[in-house]
Design a protein around this ligand. Structure first.
Ligand SMILES: Nc1ncnc2c1ncn2[C@@H]1O[C@H](COP(=O)(O)OP(=O)(O)OP(=O)(O)O)[C@@H](O)[C@H]1O
Length: 430
């Protein structure tokens, strides 16, 4: 992990994307830094220090997932999000929770491959280009023809052309056998025993074929054993699991369903306390995974969770519901904010859109109003409101090329006010 990721630096980096919620940002920042600190301890003490897992309490759409996801990205750490309620569904068997660890390893594998692909990029691209030219011009084509096609490819002339290429078939079965884990059949590996991996012909556009070929050529050049080993270690030491809706498996009453909910808590416990899960890359220890559990806790309270589980989530942070002013800040002060995204997207069609300050304020006001009148879904409301606001322009942007549009309070009013003020309608539309 990067030495410069001090708690202050982490909070500052999160501030660029998430408005407010300082307590939660500080808690995750310290948790991440503690991992860095632990790596610097002597071996005997290092094993004793377990992560101080976090319980985030706050209404929906206020930034719980976003903070955790951004933290993982910052740390380049494997991250998975799981809904705790998923395990209360019909057909659930206790060991399904182990799938969380397996998913984390898969994510670590993806990250590890991504890191290593850049090292073999040049060689992979060279080989991919040869295969692409074989497909476009035939294996026996002259150097001049190949060079000409290479140039056309680079100039984007072939972007809409479709070609057939041979790719390795997916290396494993497309479905998991519940609980099978390590015994999962790896078709790619099996086929190697029968003279190489299975190939499959696929028809793709040239740019898509290029991406697939580069990926395949890069993977061929990676030491798969080394990738697995490193990814497993990465998941064990740096993995972050976000357990959403933990409040929904707390037992606040004795009515139906509570047994299974308590059962899920019991099943989750070993994972959080530290156990070894069999994965197809080898056994994985879960002791040092950081768990961030989250829930609104409108009905159940944290004290309704099993005491053992409460003990494993010692850091409690409360996140606040977002106000109209927060919405203004989210729209104006975050990196790659929604208005910026729409501006750039519509800009590709030659239409310039600009948001005025009062336009932004009007969007924030309507989002807050609809949240109050219909259902409070937090900052997610901004997405639905913005989408509706720009629906018309998004649809016919190509006819407006060269024009510009100023989105001020008056424009927002005309587009949205009638929907926003009509509760029944906004229930469906916004
Ligand atoms: N404080 C905030 N600042 C900026 N954007 C926010 C904030 N809170 C939420 N958002 C945006 O709203 C969306 C939903 O937020 P998020 O996924 O973090 O919700 P959540 O609190 O985890 O809710 P849930 O428990 O329902 O999953 C995301 O796109 C996120 O970027």
């Amino acid at each position: 992990m990067n030495d410069s990721l001090t708690p202050k630096a982490i909070v500052a980096a999160l501030d660029a994307h998430i408005i407010g919620q300082t307590d939660a940002k500080k808690a995750v920042a310290v948790a991440l830094r503690n991992r860095w600190r632990r790596q610097r301890l002597g071996a005997d003490l290092r094993d004793e220090v377990t992560p101080k897992n976090i319980l985030m309490i706050g209404p929906t759409g206020c930034g719980k997932t976003e903070i955790s996801r951004r933290l993982a990205k910052l740390a380049d750490a494997p991250f998975v999000k799981v809904e705790a309620t998923k395990f209360t569904e019909v057909g659930y068997v206790g060991r399904d929770v182990e799938q969380i660890a397996r998913d984390l390893v898969e994510e670590a594998i993806r990250l590890e491959k991504e890191r290593r692909r850049s090292a073999v990029k040049d060689k992979a691209e060279e080989a991919a280009m040869n295969r692409l030219l074989d497909a476009l011009t035939g294996k026996d084509s002259s150097t001049a023809t190949r060079e000409a096609f290479k140039q056309r490819f680079r100039d984007g002339v072939l972007d809409a052309t479709e070609i057939e290429i041979e790719l390795e078939a997916a290396p494993q079965m497309p479905f998991d056998i519940p609980g099978a884990g390590p015994q999962m059949i790896n078709l790619g590996e099996m086929m190697k025993g029968f003279g190489g991996p299975q190939l499959k012909r696929r028809k793709l556009t040239v740019p898509m074929a290029w991406d697939k070929l580069v990926e395949e050529e890069a993977d061929k050049r990676l030491d798969q054993d080394e990738v697995s080993r490193q990814a497993l270690a990465d998941a064990e030491a740096n993995g972050i699991v976000f357990l959403d809706e933990i409040d929904k498996i707390a037992v606040s009453d004795v009515r139906g369903g509570s047994v299974s909910r308590e059962g899920v808590q019991r099943d989750l416990l070993p994972l959080i306390e530290g156990t070894t899960v069999a994965t197809k890359y080898g056994p994985m220890k879960t002791d040092h995974i950081l768990f961030i559990a989250s829930g609104a806790f409108h009905v159940a309270k944290p004290s309704d969770l099993l005491p053992e589980l409460q003990g494993r989530l010692p850091i409690r942070v409360e996140l606040k519901g977002l106000t109209e002013d927060d919405f203004v800040a989210i729209l104006s002060d975050t990196k790659a904010s929604l208005p910026e995204q729409y501006k750039a997207l519509i800009g590709t069609e030659g239409v310039t859109i600009d948001f005025t300050d009062d336009g932004i304020r009007a969007v924030a006001k309507i989002a807050a109003e609809v949240n109050g009148a219909v259902e409070n879904i937090g900052a997610r409301r901004l997405q639905t409101v913005m989408e509706k606001l720009l629906e018309e322009v998004s649809f016919d942007a190509e006819d407006r090329s060269g024009s510009s549009l100023t989105i001020d309070a008056a424009y927002v009013e005309t587009q949205l006010a009638s929907i926003a003020r009509n509760t029944d309608l906004s229930r469906f539309v916004l």
